[in-house]
Design a protein around this ligand. Structure first.
Ligand code: PAF
Length: 289
């Protein structure tokens, strides 16, 4: 059965409150998404189901995390297919608010997590994490779920959300779920739908370069600058326009001076007109939440 679609915050709150009243101790999980759901999203739903009795998936293409020149207008919107996909996981509710519901006339509040939202994706997308933090806080406040699940593909986003929730004493537990790859190695993303076959084949250089870095570290390589340069060169050779290739500590996101426990390689590159991100643990340290 398809999930019930809840169009506004009042209905979401009333629905969850009624379910909690009917079943004391009920655990609720929230999975925030922008729709165009793929198997990576469904793995978040599966993780949510492990952690809770009922699951609400939000589908909202959040305008505040897109810059004027980005793909807000063309971002894939596939609500009917999304509802079918969520029916396959017996998701109870979809929260699908309008932009006017989330950002009423006169809206002016900002949420900033300045240090974690520095470097990596924030350099070329300075607006992005403010928009994400704002909408995620609004979604967390609307649902007041016990847990909320986010994918580790957007590793910096996950750290921004973890920091925000800690700093603001939000009671919802944040759970990270592993990045899911297609069989060819590309990290699953709604934006992969933009890639034609040729561009997609070229884009495989991105995960390959990061896996090669991990293999080099496993074989004893320890020079941060060399590992970053090798990956950058491999991505560029395949036609990718490299935004960054950076090795950071996976918890603080500060650039690594040496390859130590918790080192992770992060990269963003544009193939054709599609910007892709990826990350791979080099010497994993932080356990996924
Ligand atoms: O990762 C996403 O899909 C979005 O950034 C999120 C967390 C749903 C906020 O709009």
């Amino acid at each position: 059965m398809r999930p019930a679609v809840l169009p506004d915050v009042a209905t979401l709150r009333a629905t969850i409150a009624a379910a909690r009243a009917a079943r004391p101790g009920l655990r609720v999980a929230l999975v925030p998404t922008m729709g165009a759901l793929h198997a990576g999203h469904l793995s978040l739903v599966d993780r949510a189901r492990e952690a809770a009795d009922v699951v609400v998936v939000s589908i909202f293409v959040n305008p505040t995390q897109f810059a004027a020149h980005e793909d807000l207008d063309t971002y894939p919107r596939t609500m009917e297919a999304d509802l079918d996909a969520l029916a396959s996981r017996a998701v109870e509710w979809v929260f699908a608010p309008s932009a006017a519901e989330m950002y009423p006339t006169g809206f002016q509040t900002e949420v900033r997590v300045p240090r974690v939202a520095t470097g990596l994706c924030a350099t070329s997308r300075p607006h992005f994490f403010g928009g994400v933090a704002l909408v995620v806080l609004k979604l967390l406040n609307a649902a007041m779920a016990d847990v909320a699940v986010f994918g580790e593909k957007d590793w910096q986003q996950l750290q921004v959300i973890r920091r925000m929730v800690l700093d603001l004493n939000h009671p919802t537990q944040i759970v990270g779920a592993p990045l899911i790859r297609d069989p060819d190695g590309l990290a699953m993303s709604s934006r992969n739908a933009y890639l034609d076959a040729t561009t997609r084949a070229a884009a495989l250089a991105l995960p390959r370069a990061l896996q090669n870095a991990a293999q080099a570290v496993a074989a004893g390589a320890r020079d941060v600058a060399t590992l970053e340069a090798d990956a950058t060169r491999a991505i560029a050779a395949a036609g990718g326009r490299v935004d960054y290739v950076t090795i950071c500590d996976e918890a603080s996101l500060e650039r690594s001076q040496a390859i130590t426990t918790g080192a992770r390689i992060f990269a963003a590159a544009t193939f054709g007109s599609t910007r892709l991100i990826d990350n791979v643990g080099l010497l994993p340290g932080v356990a996924a939440g």
